[in-house]
Design a protein around this ligand. Structure first.
Ligand SMILES: NC(=O)c1ccc[n+]([C@@H]2O[C@H](COP(=O)([O-])OP(=O)(O)OC[C@H]3O[C@@H](n4cnc5c(N)ncnc54)[C@H](OP(=O)(O)O)[C@@H]3O)[C@@H](O)[C@H]2O)c1
Length: 291
């Protein structure tokens, strides 16, 4: 979804092998990444996406895997946990130049990809699919649910021809020849959709919602946002871009689970809905990254 603008890599201080660029499954087992020389960049050096965790203390250099690959218990009522992943400008826009790419960075993309590896299901609004384009997932067995009332999606795109994409829609949404989870007449019942995801992905435990603004607002309105993974892009962009959530007025309190910053002044935060079980807060890596 997001295009890389640049790459921010630090060289691991621990004795390293030759990891592939996206070898975080191995990298996250290593011990931090910035106590040694940074960025000497010779062929064969290990490049680990790295940022400085400011909260919880003490401050430390951490990998993205260490920050984000944490246990995510189900919601209290037993439904899958739902986390939103977004990037925003300093002045609150989630769009610059028609999409999110102009707000993003290599580390932000790595956060998105890390969370995708942890998710069983991706949920995304049809507006975002139309604006940004979505392909087949990299993770075997992962499904991508596109929320739409109109059914206006490209059923011939790899997202759907791969068999991974499906529609989350109403009884009235036209049949597009792709699998459809029909949840409600007239309007989409997102709570019912979440409850029925297990029909498509048994044991679904973590759902990543990837926007846009209207889907986020509807999830928030339905009380279905358990965590927010928010990257703050260090720029103001003006314009009339949407906010993180566009929907009914609803105040939902969150607690800060982690806060980190990288060399480019991008700020990475994870917020967990107040009252949701949180067994760890970023200092300790979980063990569930699929690779
Ligand atoms: N910065 C970021 O991290 C980020 C992330 C994602 C997206 N974006 C940007 O956000 C923009 C899109 O945002 P958006 O708010 O317009 O789009 P959106 O929420 O992705 O999609 C809106 C469309 O999705 C369907 N939809 C979503 N929620 C629905 C609900 N609860 N009930 C029924 N239908 C629902 C409808 O589709 P139909 O019209 O087909 O019925 C609606 O028109 C794009 O410019 C994209 O680049 C930014």
């Amino acid at each position: 979804m997001w295009i890389s603008r640049r790459h921010l890599w630090a060289t691991c201080a621990s004795p390293c092998g030759h990891l592939p660029r996206d070898g975080h499954t191995q990298a996250r087992r290593r011990t931090g990444c910035a106590t040694g020389p940074i960025g000497h960049g010779a062929a064969g050096d290990v490049k680990i996406p790295c940022m400085r965790r400011l909260h919880p203390g003490p401050a430390a250099d951490v990998t993205i895997g260490e920050l984000y690959d944490v246990p995510r218990p189900r919601a209290p009522d037993g439904r899958p946990r739902i986390g939103i992943c977004m990037v925003s400008s300093l002045d609150g826009s989630i769009v610059f130049g028609g999409g999110s790419a102009g707000l993003s960075s290599a580390n932000d993309i790595e956060v998105l990809l890390t969370l995708r590896r942890l998710a069983d299901v991706i949920m995304v609004g049809a507006g975002t699919v139309r604006a940004e384009g979505y392909g087949a997932p990299r993770k075997a067995g992962q499904r991508i649910g596109v929320v739409t009332t109109s059914g206006d999606v490209d059923a011939t795109s790899p997202l759907f021809t791969s068999g991974a994409g499906f529609l989350i829609c109403t009884d009235e949404t036209p049949d597009r020849g792709v699998e459809a989870l029909r949840v409600g007449s007239g309007r989409i019942d997102l709570a019912q959709a979440v409850d029925r995801l297990a029909e498509l992905v048994p044991d679904v435990g973590f759902v990543q919602a990837e926007g846009g603004s209207h889907l986020n607002g509807a999830l928030l309105g339905a009380g279905l946002v358990d965590e927010l993974h928010l990257t703050l892009s260090p720029q103001m962009v003006g314009g009339t871009g949407p906010r993180l959530a566009d929907g009914p007025d609803v105040a939902t309190a969150f607690d800060l689970a982690h806060l980190a910053v990288d060399e480019g002044s991008f700020v990475f935060s994870r917020w967990v809905r107040r009252g949701i079980t949180e067994t760890t807060s970023g200092a300790t890596s979980g063990a569930s990254t699929g690779g």
